[in-house]
Design a protein around this ligand. Structure first.
Ligand SMILES: NC(=O)c1ccc[n+]([C@@H]2O[C@H](COP(=O)([O-])OP(=O)(O)OC[C@H]3O[C@@H](n4cnc5c(N)ncnc54)[C@H](OP(=O)(O)O)[C@@H]3O)[C@@H](O)[C@H]2O)c1
Length: 289
């Protein structure tokens, strides 16, 4: 019975986690959600607020859960929090807790472009996190997402903010591609990975059906508004990213865009066997948010 399932979610206040918790709660799944700060809980949800996810407060509550979906992660570093600390060491802590708690399934959001021969710090941290999970012996599914979009993701919020200002800046040529996937599909896929055995011990690209250049995406997104699209010199974009921690695009946001990574949507479609939402169609029809 689906509603006998108990799922633990880390990073509960994040974009993906919030949407996933809402979806799972709607399916009457028992949830245990963990965040550093207080948050509003959904139906069937046990809330844990813990800054360091300390064993004493968490272990007794998550014992024997059917799955843990680890959604803590950072894509920008600072002196306080770097990739090794959060993406690797924090994941190690959560993997250890999961082993002690005898959690049956570990689901992780890595990143599209992660591979064993990457030279990028962000991807190296995600790769190392993947290895910790693979070597844990727990049944796992690792997803490597491209841009997950909905109405409240960072990228969509950025574009809406720029539209209000009347100008969207594109770093460089904008001819690099993205493979956006809709958050509604992502939450369904995460759930399937918990309940279906064909996701067992797999690494799967989490990418939508369309490949589109960044420029085309931005044009479609701002269609019908009077927004100007301005290409900014890549050197200037990197300079701003390096010197201003509050810049719209961080260094690794730029690296990921310019990296032009392509994912395998067919493999995902074969495993999930459901019709995907085309983000492009949504944008064209004006039903995006
Ligand atoms: N969204 C995308 O398009 C995308 C694409 C590729 C990969 N991913 C990966 O998917 C995962 C979820 O992404 P998201 O878009 O939902 O990100 P998000 O909104 O930034 O959420 C990440 C969550 O991680 C937790 N976190 C951040 N710093 C932390 C710290 N120092 N200590 C403990 N927890 C911390 C926070 O949870 P609390 O505030 O609840 O504590 C935060 O809300 C991330 O690992 C991300 O790298 C996302």
């Amino acid at each position: 019975m689906e509603n006998d399932i108990q799922i633990v979610i880390t990073g509960a206040s994040g974009f993906v986690a919030k949407n996933l918790r809402r979806y799972l709660s709607g399916k009457n799944i028992k949830l245990i959600s963990i965040s550093r700060n207080d948050f509003k809980s959904f139906k069937n949800e046990v809330k844990i607020v813990s800054r360091n996810y300390d064993e004493k407060s968490i272990l007794p509550i998550i014992q024997n859960s059917d799955a843990l979906i680890h959604l803590v992660g950072i894509g920008k570093q600072s002196i306080q929090t770097d990739y090794n600390m959060i993406n690797v060491e924090f994941t190690k802590h959560i993997v250890n807790l999961s082993k002690k708690a005898k959690i049956k399934k570990f689901v992780y959001a890595s990143g599209l472009g992660v591979s064993g021969n990457t030279s990028l710090g962000y991807f190296i941290s995600k790769y190392n996190a993947e290895q910790l999970i693979i070597n844990s012996g727990i049944n796992y599914t690792i997803f490597r997402p491209s841009y997950i979009v909905g109405k409240d993701d960072l990228f969509t919020k950025y574009l809406n903010k720029q539209i209000k200002k009347g100008i969207i800046e594109i770093p460089g040529s904008g001819s690099y591609s993205i493979q956006p996937i809709h958050i509604n599909d992502v939450v369904k896929i995460f759930f399937l990975s918990v309940i279906q055995t064909n996701f067992k011990n797999k690494i799967i690209d989490l990418v939508g059906p369309d490949m589109i250049t960044f420029e085309q995406y931005v044009k479609l997104f701002s269609k019908g508004t009077k927004t100007k699209i301005k290409k900014i010199n890549l050197e200037n974009a990197y300079h701003t990213a390096i010197t201003n921690s509050k810049s719209n695009f961080g260094v690794d946001d730029l690296n990921i865009l310019i990296g032009n990574f392509k994912g395998n949507h067919d493999k995902l479609r074969k495993i999930t066997k459901f019709p995907f939402q085309s983000v492009i169609e949504l944008l064209k029809s004006g039903r995006f948010s």
